[in-house]
Every structure is written in C-alpha cells, then in structure tokens.
Write a protein that binds this ligand. Structure first.
Ligand code: ZN
Length: 485
C-alpha cells in the first residue's frame, strides 16, 4: 500500500478507535458526557530530540524524576517527517516515501546519520502538521502542497469556533515558524515575516502573542536605535504596524508590552483582553547573547550553562507562560495555548551544548509553571497538557558518537555537562518524545502507529510512536469532545 493510502487508512482507524473509546467511556458512565478538555496547552521544545531532553535531565540530576516522568503522564515517541523536501509547493500532494521514518534505516550504524539528516522536516512543515494535521512541504505556514491556504481548521481557529481564547508564546521572534503555524497564520513561506505578523495581529482567534523580535534592541538587550527602519520591524509586521501597536490604537485592540516589569505584572491580577508582548531583544531571549560582551563563538562554545551573564531586561519563557495563562484563563469557555522553547533549536544548530541546556532548562521551568497553574487554577480533569518537539536537531549523541554511531550520552553528574558530541548542524528525522497528561491524554495510546524497538531500548520506554499529525487529532478531539467537526 502506498504511504498516503496507508496513512489515510490508519487515520480512519484512529478516528474510529477514538470515537469508540469515547463511546465506551460514555456508556460506562451512563448519562455523563465524555470528558472534554476545556483548556489545552501544547508545549514544543523546538529542535529538542530525546537527547536534548536527556542532557538537561542529567545536568540537573533529575533523570527519571522530571515533571513529565511523574504520575499520570503518558509517554510515546513521535515521527516528524514532512510531505516532501521541497521548499515550495510541489503541487503533487503525494507523500515522498523516502522521507517517511523507517526505524531500520534510522538505526543503521553505517547509514543512519546520513538517512536521518537527509529526510528531516523544518519547523514550518512540522508546525503545520501539529496545527492542522496535514503534512506539507518545508517552509509552509498552514499552506498545502497544492499551493492553497489551509483556512479555518487550525487549532486556534477550532478553539475560536468553540468560543475559546487562544495564544502563542515563544522565546524567539513571535512571527517565527512555530508560533506562526500554531497561531493559525497562513503563508506560502515562513520567510514572509511581516505578512505573517500582520495576519496574526488581525486574526480574531488570538488573544495572546508573546516572543522577541523587538525593532530597537540587539541580541544582548541593548538599545541600538530609536528610529527603526521597516526592515528592523519585519518580525512585528513592519514599521507602520509597529507604530500602530505603539500608539495603542491598533485595529486589533492589542495592548503592547515590552519591558520585563510589564511581563511580570501580568503574571497575576487583572489583565487587558488582548496582549502582544515583544521582549526587548532582537532574536532570542538568551541564546544569542554574548556578542556585545565581546565573546567570540569559541568562548560561547566552551562556556558552561549559565556562566555567561544573562540578559537582565527580558522575561524568561517561564514568566511569559505565567503571564499568558493569567490572561487566557479569564475566558469561561477555556483556551488553547502554545508555548515554544524556540531557541533549543538555535543552540543545537550552533552546536552550543551549554546553551542547549540553558534553553531546555527554561522550557522545563515553563512546564513547571503550567503544572502549577493546572493544579492551583484548574485541574487535570479539564485541562490537557502535551509536551513534544517539532523535530530533532544536531544529532547530539555520546562523546565518541562521530566514530561510534548512536553512542549514548554520558551522565557526568549534577551541574556537569554530560558527555555529548554533535553530529550535524541541521535537523534530523529522528523520533522525538511526546508526554501528555490530563483531559483526553489517555487517547494517546489509541494513536500508536508503530514500534521502534531500538528507540525503546535507548531511551527506556515502550518504543511506540505516533505521528505529529496525530497530536493535532488528539487535541482536536479533546477540544471538541464527541461533537461533529
Ligand atoms: Zn531549526
């Protein structure tokens, strides 16, 4: 069977399986309605394959004890491959069979890295799969391989149709591929930042947008201009759009916040209805810092996590997440929130293992903030939390993994960098983890498509995997319950 047919067949089975599952739950509880998720929080550590999560666990001495390894959390792996490797619509709509994840090829010691390197997705195709459940070409922002916008069915648009609020939070520019796709933008190319930002600011389904891309600041949070050009404003919609936000009269009704203090203030108490937070830094909250300190690339590569002083004028991803939750939880119908640890990917691209640990640490701190919010302001009965990555990046493996393929990372103890070496500066097609807890999380196991014995052995789990499009299905069904689309 061709992949797409197999895929459709599997999807049909999965949907029937889920309906059956919900039906069974329904009949067992008599008149009780199936459990719906009032709130869904999808947290994506961009570019963090299993070994990035593992490295941070080793560094903090929390391996096996991290939040997502605790009671009630489901764990499977996930495939992330795109429809094809084209950077623009191919107009075939057909799955390129070569890029479909195959455990036998992936773990082949001779060919493994090469196969994994040559079949990887980018964040736009992966984000589209997560946001709307459709595989597409790399660079697509909710855009089909047949060159059409995929309108009306992204997670924030579905949330809006159910009367819910929606938001996106990231540690990189807020018009970047992951917040763009999960924020329900539609564009033929992820590189059209001003257009994407303007669509996000005009979408009636977003109430929170937070990230970086500030036109006035550099990567160290130092002001470089008071008089930005249109190009300086490209990540926030261009100069006119930025002026409109600053004036407080943007047609979208946004309240713009910029300082760390403004982010902090929104973590509690009353909030404006719609907030766009643009932290005072250029590209990433922290990962790209160091240039103004005179640190050259080599010094950053040799530094230990948290050794180089942090940018002090920006919030953490954790603080942004707490602010976003406090804004969105005013909606009695609930919300959909996407939180992205966007710069884990940037650190892995640059093979900066210490920065990767820092970024994953902030991501896990944001997970902790979400857990605390669920347990103090909501409950696991009404909120679904899913943690995953959009793809692996850098192929970090053990210290001699360049000669010994897939050598495991070495745990050097608390506060010590694990033994790790990079084997790539780009993305890979390796499986990534999925952790889920709360309303509807049990359905994860209904979506399993295959088993990767080697992955199970290396990372200590069942080896069962789903596909990134299944995460969309899980969230859609959790939000909609058994109501028709
Ligand atoms: Zn990347």
């Amino acid at each position: 069977m061709k992949f797409w047919r197999r895929n459709l067949f599997h999807l049909a089975l999965a949907v029937v399986g889920l309906w059956g599952w919900f039906g069974a739950a329904y009949s067992q509880e008599g008149a009780a309605a199936p459990k719906r998720a009032k709130n869904v929080i999808l947290m994506i550590s961009d570019g963090a394959g299993y070994n990035s999560w593992l490295a941070a666990e080793y560094y903090h001495g929390r391996h096996g004890r991290e939040i997502y390894q605790g009671e009630g959390w489901q764990h499977v792996a996930c495939t992330t491959f795109p429809l094809n490797k084209s950077s623009k619509p191919k107009k075939s709509g057909l799955q390129d069979e070569y890029v479909v994840y195959d455990p036998a090829k992936a773990w082949n010691a001779e060919a493994g890295y090469q196969y994994l390197k040559s079949t990887a997705t980018d964040s736009a195709a992966a984000g589209t799969a997560l946001a709307i459940g459709i595989k597409t070409y790399n660079n697509a922002i909710n855009w089909s391989d047949n060159d059409q916008p995929l309108i009306g069915k992204t997670l924030p648009e579905i949330a809006r149709a159910l009367g819910k609020s929606a938001g996106v939070v990231t540690s990189v520019q807020w018009s970047h591929a992951t917040p763009a796709t999960l924020g329900g933008a539609h564009n033929v190319s992820r590189n059209n930042y001003p257009e994407i930002a303007r669509e996000m600011l005009r979408a009636d389904y977003l109430q929170v947008i937070m990230g970086t891309g500030h036109p006035y600041y550099d990567d160290d949070g130092h002001k470089r201009t008071d008089d930005p050009t249109d190009k300086d404003c490209r990540y926030v919609g261009g100069l006119e759009e930025w002026k409109s936000l600053v004036s407080g009269n943007h047609p979208g009704g946004w309240t713009l916040i910029q300082t760390k203090e403004e982010f902090a203030r929104l973590t509690q108490g009353d909030t404006p209805a719609k907030v766009v937070g643009t932290a005072q830094v250029a590209t990433t909250l922290q990962q790209s810092r160091g240039g103004a300190l005179g640190l050259v690339k080599e010094a950053i590569l040799k530094s230990q996590p948290f050794e180089v002083p942090m940018n002090e004028n920006v919030p953490s991803l954790e603080m942004m997440t707490r602010a976003a939750l406090n804004i969105l939880d005013s909606d009695p119908d609930g919300f959909f929130l996407m939180v992205e640890g966007g710069a884990v990917d940037w650190a892995n691209h640059a093979n900066q293992e210490a920065r990767m640990i820092e970024e994953q640490t902030d991501f896990v701190a944001a997970v902790r903030a979400v857990r605390d919010w669920v347990e103090s302001h909501s409950s696991w009965d009404e909120t679904l939390v899913i943690l995953t990555a959009d793809h692996d990046c850098g192929l970090p493996w053990g210290p001699e993994s360049n000669v010994q393929s897939f050598q495991p990372l070495v745990d050097n103890g608390v506060g010590k960098m694990p033994g790790l070496a990079y084997n790539h500066s780009g993305h890979s097609n390796m499986l990534v983890p999925v952790y889920a807890k709360g309303a509807g999380a049990d359905a994860l196991r209904q979506l399993v498509r295959g088993k990767d014995e080697q992955a199970g052995k290396v990372w200590g789990f069942s080896g069962e995997y789903i596909d990134n499009t299944d995460i969309f299905q899980l969230i859609r069904l959790a939000m909609q319950g058994n109501s028709p689309q």
